[in-house]
Design a protein around this ligand. Structure first.
Ligand SMILES: Nc1ncnc2c1ncn2[C@@H]1O[C@H](COP(=O)(O)OP(=O)(O)OP(=O)(O)O)[C@@H](O)[C@H]1O
Ligand SMILES: O=P(O)(O)OC[C@H]1O[C@H](OP(=O)(O)OP(=O)(O)O)[C@H](O)[C@@H]1O
Ligand SMILES: O=C(O)c1cccnc1
Length: 487
């Protein structure tokens, strides 16, 4: 996928400090020491109550195609320190040249609803390799999960209306645009105006026409007639270049001509003014002339809040064209996903569990080889429990709220659950059947339907319970105490 966009190896798509640490691991004989890292985020974006996991398919592509090629090595060899001498010894370059990824990766499938502190990806392998992958994995998961979440919020408001993504022109560069088109589709959009995304990702493409088309003719009527003459099977007319309601009248005239030729007026598009008032008026005018099936598209700096407001005002829009505020995640342009070391194998073959301390409880990482268990009852999902697969829960299980240990829940042997992290790579070999972009989109729909509506509201959403299995909670607490007592 992204490899199709860049005809270059992406081995250097990482931060320099990953390379300097890799060098340090290699020099100190630690390069092959087995480690486990988790990729997770700490807070939902948009002050929401859920996040959609997205980007795994790009991660798989990235890992499958991973290479550090001769040009990359030449570049690394050219890097120098403060004394102008090379940063890296030739032996390290030789090591990178021969390196084959042999990490095992478990991940939560694309399209799954996820919550803070749950590992979306768990990677296990030589510490040097895990370290080099931190930056690209975060880059691929953070942005796509952010956009898929934004899109899913818009889908919740749109209900059964059609959602079109129009963002390419306002996106953060070509990759921002391409990636956003894919993530928006997974999150619940129906189509994109981005033709390359359509070609590469198999997403439906759709579009209308711009004001320039209308402006290039002497009259709006002539512009509409010409468009309809040459593309009678794809007629959506943008009516607001001069006066939206006069534009609707002209569109209806063209609609009548189309009917004489055996076609129909597909839709009109409103792109300025009061979209509630204009859509209600346009609907009335279209219906009065027998164009009940003609759709009304609206665009113009829309987001989920304006859509919601327009619906409350009774707007008669049934197709929404959304660009800027979707593809740039305008109100929160980054998801703060992080990648933390959780365990490292010691000389005796045992795991040493690791955590990062912080004054803020939310920033203390969780040790262990983690899995996420999602419990459900007959109404849907009820809570998620993170546990250490080295000490899996058996029988009756207690889950502790990591920020308030007086709050806990118990699950019996008969509780129904699924474990979310799925094996993707085993020792560097892909063992996962990649779902299509359509499957992942469907998964978002299914998943959201299984959660209580409280987590889906935009204002003060309900906090879905996510806790640590009691054994893991105790392990974490003991480690915190030990580290705080140490020097
Ligand atoms: N009825 C409405 N309720 C809430 N928001 C609306 C309504 N109608 C339009 N909007 C939104 O209000 C904003 C209006 O933007 P703006 O002030 O640029 O007006 P405009 O109609 O685009 O003006 P222009 O004619 O200069 O293009 C847009 O984000 C639009 O989606
Ligand atoms: O508002 P957004 O959510 O970002 O959606 C994309 C916008 O891009 C187009 O406007 P633009 O003025 O660029 O071109 P146009 O002449 O086709 O309207 C389109 O008309 C939308 O208003
Ligand atoms: O097809 C459209 O109407 C379109 C495409 C991109 C941006 N704005 C609108």
């Amino acid at each position: 996928m992204i490899n199709q966009l860049y005809d270059t190896s992406l081995g250097l798509l990482t931060d320099l400090y990953q390379l300097t640490m890799a060098y340090g691991y290699w020099k100190s004989g630690k390069a092959e020491q087995e480690a486990v890292f988790n990729l997770y985020f700490r807070r939902h974006p948009f002050q929401g109550g859920f996040t959609i996991a997205c980007g795994l398919s790009s991660v798989i592509d990235y890992l499958n195609e991973y290479r550090v090629d001769e040009q990359d090595l030449q570049y690394i060899a050219s890097l120098t320190g403060s004394d102008n001498r090379p940063l890296f010894e030739p032996g390290f370059l030789q090591y990178l040249r021969a390196m084959k990824l042999k990490c095992s990766v478990d991940a939560i499938p694309e399209g799954t609803v996820v919550f803070p502190n749950e590992p979306l990806i768990r990677i296990q392998g030589p510490i040097l390799q895990c370290q080099l992958l931190e930056t690209p994995l975060l880059n691929l998961i953070n942005f796509q999960s952010l956009i898929a979440t934004k899109a899913a919020r818009m889908r919740l408001v749109a209900k059964d209306d059609t959602l079109l993504e129009f963002g390419l022109r306002r996106a953060q560069g070509p990759d921002g645009g391409m990636t956003a088109s894919r993530a928006a589709y997974i999150g619940g959009f129906d189509a994109t105006s981005n033709v390359l995304a359509g070609k590469l990702y198999g997403i439906p493409v759709k579009g209308t026409h711009a004001h320039s088309w209308v402006m290039s003719f002497d009259t709006e009527m002539e512009a509409f007639e010409t468009y309809a003459r040459y593309m009678p099977n794809n007629v959506t007319l943008l009516v607001d270049t001069y006066d939206s309601l006069k534009g609707v009248k002209h569109a209806i005239e063209v609609g009548k001509q189309l009917r004489e030729r055996g076609y129909d007026l597909g839709a009109i598009r409103l792109d300025s003014g009061d979209l509630a008032y204009l859509s209600i008026e346009a609907r009335r005018m279209l219906d009065e002339e027998g164009f009940e099936k003609t759709s009304i598209v609206a665009s113009n700096d829309l987001d989920e809040y304006i859509m919601d407001s327009l619906k409350i005002q009774g707007a008669r829009i049934n197709i929404w064209g959304i660009g800027t505020k979707l593809v740039t995640a305008y109100d929160q342009p980054a998801l703060g996903g992080v990648y933390k070391l959780a365990a490292i194998r010691n000389e005796t073959g045992e795991w040493d569990y690791k955590l990062k301390l912080s004054e803020q409880a939310i920033k203390i990482s969780t040790p262990g080889i983690q899995q996420v268990r999602r419990f459900r009852d007959n109404k849907g999902f009820i809570s998620d429990m993170i546990f250490n697969i080295e000490a899996p829960p058996a029988g009756k299980t207690t889950m502790v709220d990591p920020y308030d240990f007086t709050r806990n829940r118990s699950f019996s042997e008969t509780s129904v659950f699924e474990d979310l992290l799925t094996p993707i790579f085993a020792g560097g070999k892909l063992i996962y059947n990649l779902p299509t972009v359509h499957d992942s989109r469907e998964r978002v729909r299914e998943q959201l339907s299984c959660f209580h509506k409280g987590i889906k509201r935009f204002v003060n959403p309900h906090t879905y319970p996510v806790g640590l299995e009691k054994g893991l909670f105790d392990l974490k607490t003991d480690l915190i105490v030990k580290l705080r007592e140490g020097d």
